[in-house]
Design a protein around this ligand. Structure first.
Ligand SMILES: *[C@@H]1O[C@H](CO)[C@@H](O)[C@H](O)[C@H]1NC(C)=O
Ligand SMILES: *[C@@H]1O[C@H](CO)[C@@H](O)[C@H](O)[C@H]1NC(C)=O
Ligand SMILES: *[C@@H]1O[C@H](CO)[C@@H](O)[C@H](O)[C@H]1NC(C)=O
Length: 352
């Protein structure tokens, strides 16, 4: 009886394998198209991404939607990678489940149209003629740059570019590096729009009329627009005006070496997928005429490619998306051809 059962089971198993499973397996193999293989590869990448960045999606709908966006972004990443003229590496980072529009709304915040039509133009910066430009220079080596900050999900880049500039100019002037308050600008600068965007040029004017900036620790960052809590007896730095720095990148470097880090506007298209290296996208991928992000140039250098020894001059840019992004929070972008509009909106506060 036992043997009979065993025999029967074996027969059944073999029958199943031959008549059902086997054709299925063959069928699957022959129809596993390139698209399906790609789907599985993308899915693996998405799982890694979710794990690495501790993403939590509330519903399955949401997860499916994010996976769709992630897949579309992988195509964009490939395109940026294949078309980079520098040494940049693009790949999934914490922003890879966002559409370009979502990314722009939440993590950028340079609003060019916030400059009032009747605002008086900024004074032109005087370019020092006595500067012998070194091959490389970095204000981080001279105690003029605070640690990388994080604007969070708030379009307040403009405030970080502004404080970064004033922190630097003040440190060079006084020998004292003080981290300054972006939150004060979000709450008390009525020319700009807090998490909905702003401009360094407006912020300098606002700081002058508010009466100065408090420190980061006295007026900490909340990534939201709140009631102005400015206290004039806590002012750490006040400014006496601001200057519009040239678009000539050689002269920008001369100004930087002499006076300090420069607040700029840039097109952040390539930054959504940046992981490191010298970013040098073509103009059609990074229109220099549409600036959408405010950041801080803290230095420059030249990269020599390993085998062909081609020179890639670059700017060193402090971003405000935390230390996990890019090169420990920094971005390097090609220097010398107005890449991504890096030279289109350079400015600095003046401190007496
Ligand atoms: C800075 O100078 C440029 C070029 O001259 C000009 O287009 C721009 O409007 C100026 N910016 C400000 C804020 O004055
Ligand atoms: C302003 O700051 C000073 C110095 O820290 C403090 O003594 C004072 O209480 C503050 N005023 C208000 C209204 O918070
Ligand atoms: C940029 O500035 C440098 C130094 O002043 C000068 O030699 C060069 O001709 C300028 N370039 C352009 C395109 O004006």
């Amino acid at each position: 009886m036992k043997y009979y059962l065993l025999f029967f089971s074996l027969f059944f198993l073999i029958y199943c394998a031959i008549c059902e499973d086997v054709p299925d397996i063959i069928g699957e193999e022959s129809t596993l198209t390139e698209t399906e293989i790609q789907f599985h590869l993308d899915l693996e990448k998405f799982k890694d991404f979710v794990k690495e960045h501790k993403k939590i999606y509330k519903t399955e709908e949401e997860m499916k939607k994010r996976f769709r966006i992630f897949k579309a972004n992988l195509m964009k990443i490939k395109f940026f990678q294949e078309n980079d003229q520098g040494t940049a590496e693009y790949g999934p980072n914490e922003f890879s489940d966002l559409t370009a529009t979502e990314f722009k709304e939440r993590y950028l915040g340079l609003k060019v149209d916030l400059r009032a039509k009747d605002a008086k133009p900024m004074k032109k910066a005087e370019i020092p003629k006595d500067v012998q430009l070194p091959v490389s220079f970095d204000w981080r080596d001279h105690g003029a740059v605070t640690p990388v900050k994080n604007q969070g999900s708030c379009g307040s880049c403009w405030a970080f570019a502004t404080t970064g500039n004033i922190e630097g100019v003040n440190a060079i002037k006084t020998g004292n590096l003080v981290s300054l308050s972006e939150q004060e600008l979000l709450d008390c600068d009525t020319i700009d729009s807090a998490c909905n965007g702003g401009l360094p040029s407006n912020a300098y004017e606002a700081i002058e009329s508010i009466g100065g900036l408090e420190s980061e620790s006295d007026y900490p960052y909340d990534a939201a627009h709140e009631k102005c809590k400015f206290n004039s007896s806590e002012v750490k730095v006040s400014i006496s005006g601001a200057v519009n720095i040239t678009t000539n990148e050689t002269e920008m470097a001369m100004w930087l070496v002499k006076h300090g880090p420069i607040a700029i506007g840039i097109n952040a298209n390539a930054m959504q997928f940046y992981r490191g290296g010298v970013s040098h996208p073509w103009k059609f991928l990074c229109n220099p005429g549409s600036l959408d992000h405010g950041v801080l140039i803290v230095g420059f250098g030249v990269h020599r490619t390993r085998f062909t020894h081609k020179e890639k001059p670059y700017w060193i840019i402090k971003n405000s998306w935390g230390k996990r992004w890019g090169e420990k929070g920094y971005y390097r972008v090609y220097r010398g051809d107005g890449c991504c509009g890096v030279n289109q909106m350079a400015s600095s506060a003046l401190i007496n």
